[in-house]
Design a protein around this ligand. Structure first.
Ligand code: PEP
Length: 249
């Protein structure tokens, strides 16, 4: 049985004070953590503050970085390394988010190098995959997603510290959500690919999140699908009331 995971991607939003206040609101609220894992991905500058709020409240909320660089240290102005995010309190990293792929030009090979880096440090990865609108419209959505998945996981021996997030790019921040049936169909494609690569047991255990304009009013129908094990939530994770409704779906 896969435990649902609801993850909030705070993107490049919130000052330290705002992030602390949002984390505190979530910590002060009733969440049944036995039914659902919760993860917050603040910006680099807010990881430490959010980690401390969660720690002080004694809540089992995980904190993730939204990205990381491949080197531990060095002359890489503007980059942030894995030892840095780890010491700030992150225990996982989102990799391959469509904004990293499409705005910053990250390739599958670069993402795969980071996947190895994070796993080697004993941390977890949320690996994002998803097709552009034109790739869906031209009938290539499945092959694009399977290619991103296969290349992102190249030479990864075990999926025990990996969560996959399917995020159709046309649904991110646009208010358009994939229908539950379309999302389920792609999640099934992903799980079947994983079965081919890692076997039946790994495929039945790996969590596959859906992301793309998840809101309080569509989360229940998405989560009702067999292969949707949680949500990666952007915009709606920035308001405690909405994110709590999603967590408590
Ligand atoms: C995201 O940032 O991963 C995301 C899915 O954003 P939104 O929920 O705003 O579409």
């Amino acid at each position: 049985m896969r435990k649902p995971l609801i993850a909030g991607n705070w993107k490049m939003f919130l000052t330290v004070e705002e992030a602390q206040a949002l984390a505190k609101s979530l910590c002060d609220s009733d969440i049944d953590y036995s039914k659902c894992d919760v993860l917050l991905a603040p910006s680099f500058t807010n990881i430490y503050a959010v980690h401390n709020v969660v720690k002080a409240a004694g809540k089992p909320i995980k904190v993730a970085a939204q990205n990381v660089y491949t080197e531990d240290s060095g002359a890489f102005t503007g980059e942030v390394s894995l030892p840095m995010v780890k010491s700030a309190g992150a225990d996982s990293v989102i990799l391959g988010h469509s904004e990293r792929r499409n705005v910053f030009g990250e390739t599958d090979e670069f993402i795969n190098a980071k996947v190895h880096k994070v796993l080697k440090a004993g941390m977890s990865v949320i690996l994002c995959v998803g097709e552009l609108l034109e790739e869906r419209e031209s009938g290539n959505a499945n092959s694009v997603v399977v290619s991103q998945l296969t290349k992102g996981l190249a030479n990864v021996a075990s999926l025990s510290d990996i969560v996959i997030a399917y995020e159709p790019v046309w649904a991110i921040g646009t208010g358009k959500t994939a229908s539950p049936a379309d999302a389920q169909a792609m999640h099934k494609v992903i799980r079947t690919s994983i079965e081919k690569l890692y076997g039946k047991a790994a495929a039945s255990e790996v969590r596959i999140l859906y992301g793309g304009s998840v809101k309080p009013d569509n989360v229940t129908s998405l989560m009702a699908e067999d292969d949707i094990d949680g949500a990666l939530v952007g915009g709606a994770s920035l308001k405690a009331v909405d994110f709590l409704k999603i967590i408590n779906y």
